[in-house]
Design a protein around this ligand. Sequence first.
Ligand code: HEM
Length: 356
Amino acid sequence: MDIFISSAFGYSQKKKEKEMKISAAVVAAAFSLAFSFILVNFTGQCDAALQQGFYKGKCNSQDVEAIVASVVKRRFNDKPRVAAGLIRLFFHDCFVNGCDASILLDGDSSEKTAPPNLSVSGYDVIDEAKGLLEEACAGVVSCADIIAIAARDAVQLSGGGRYEVQTGRRDGSVSLASNVDLPSPRFSVSQSADAFAKKGIGLTDMVLLLGGHTIGFTNCSLFRDRLYNFDNTGKPDPTMDPLLVMKLRLICPRNSPADRTPVSLDQNLASTFIVDNSFYKQIRLGRGILQIDQALALDPLTNNTVASLANGNDFLARFGQAMVKLGAVDVLTDSQGEIRESCHLKNKPRSTLLFG
Ligand code: HEM
């Protein structure tokens, strides 16, 4: 009996020990899993940072940035207007859902279909670069990075100097017109500052980035009110140079459908295609076309920055740095997102290939 009891006790003791060992092992495994999860996330955060030259050695000894540059340069030589389109494309991508190429996705109600994006151009340039890159190294280079590299090349080709672009972005899969919350050209400086602050971009960088309006065009529909009926006063915007009002009234009659006539955002017409600080000089003279551009020169929040950019010689270097900051807004990196096969479509789910 004793023997039985002791052996029964011995049995249950062993069982308990075994159970304890198992639960200890489970706890240890859980800890190690949690630790490695934290580690992966931590190192993920480190790896997650964008970096210069991310694609070096990753594309079958091909130079990814040179491939994009060759396409942008050829298109630019053919039509310099391409540059403004690419810079604006970059802004419109980064400001909505982060720089994840969501603006490139097709769909009945994707971002492209939202009113502010209807006049965005440069999609075909990105497609051409993506085609060459897929031939060079399939599935390696994200569409989001192609946009960022192409925008940098556009700045450089337009005389804006070269800044080093950071890469390592991955592509997103959500693209909804209803997410397009870009600032309006009729915003005040503080409304615009709020919109930029939501993206982690401060006031000075906002002023620098609006310097993107040093090249490119708009059309009458976006500023006609400033010529005829500003703020429902029945009069032109008093902050616009009266000579410019007269000139623009000829291009933009009060009731004319001729809204497609391009009007330079930088009214130093010798510099319409050149990235330089003349935009700031023009807005200081009351020659801003968009209401927000003119407001930058007048609002006490931004007028000093505008004056220093107009009078100094550091705009190009600072604009490049601001573009790098814009390019880091809400990026997907590391194992997030995907590298799209086509910039127009998200990839097909892989599970059907594995289990189907
Ligand atoms: C408050 C912020 C901004 C507003 C309200 C704004 C608004 C506009 C508007 C209304 C146009 C004319 C579009 C058309 O005529 O269809 C335009 C053009 C342009 N924008 Fe902006 N923009 C802003 C910020 C930026 C930024 C940050 C950049 C680049 C860094 C940028 C680059 C451009 C360029 C290059 C064009 C000319 C595009 C072309 O000619 O194809 N904009 N913007």
